[in-house]
Design a protein around this ligand. Sequence first.
Ligand SMILES: Nc1ncnc2c1ncn2[C@@H]1O[C@H](COP(=O)(O)OP(=O)(O)OP(=O)(O)O)[C@@H](O)[C@H]1O
Ligand SMILES: [Mg+2]
Length: 251
Amino acid sequence: MHRAKAYVPIKKTFARLNPALTFAMPSILLELDGVSKEYNPGAGEKISILRNIELRVSKGAALAVVGPSGSGKSTLLNIIGTLDRPSSGRVLLDGRDLAQLDERDLAKVRNREIGFIFQAHHLLPQCTVLENVLVPTLVDRGTPTDEARARRLLERVGLGGRLDHRPGQISGGERQRVAVVRALINGPKLLLADEPTGALDRVSSQNLGELLLQLNAEEGVTLIVVTHALDLAKRMNRTYELRDGKLVEAL
Ligand SMILES: Nc1ncnc2c1ncn2[C@@H]1O[C@H](COP(=O)(O)OP(=O)(O)OP(=O)(O)O)[C@@H](O)[C@H]1O
Ligand SMILES: [Mg+2]
């Protein structure tokens, strides 16, 4: 039997014995079970990028993934974020096997449960800061509550005075902070960041790293950051290194 399935009855048993115990047991948000990814670019050729990756991430954790260029960090993050599928193995988010969901349900998971921050901010140049942040809420026809949350979060990240600016009128660090708020607007369980500080100078990069960690604590969102910045990586709960297709915990 699969470990995640075994976990729930054990948890229920504990809860019957003593409800307080369930709070002491960290619950798993994300589980990768023998995840591999291969590409077949030409006749007979096979490139193996990820090899039998096993990973368990507790709710509320913050972890970093480092590794050389081309080692598969973005591939791994895209698989976790349902933007790509593994060649074999399973990804479970909150106990659900993502491979079992149809495109409609996957789109919902992507929109509501997962927030993405990329190296490039991908903000819409013609929209204001506030409008950009509200884009992910439009799927559910955005409500006044969404707008209030957007304003509060933008204020929180120091952009309360930039709501009506367009991306072209703010700095690179400010644009990444807008991207962070946009990723958080629907209250995701999981925040995935792929080299979010890659295009920033050292100070802005440190500030953004600090902000991600604070939001991880304040919003209770589980954080996975791919980064080349070792100082940022070291400040997470755990750091993993991707090398030769394997994910190993870096101490
Ligand atoms: N669609 C594809 N077809 C074939 N090979 C691919 C494809 N996408 C990615 N790769 C290869 O997979 C490997 C891992 O790519 P990935 O983008 O995940 O690396 P990365 O660790 O994020 O690198 P970087 O630090 O430069 O961003 C690379 O060697 C890349 O060339
Ligand atoms: Mg990458």
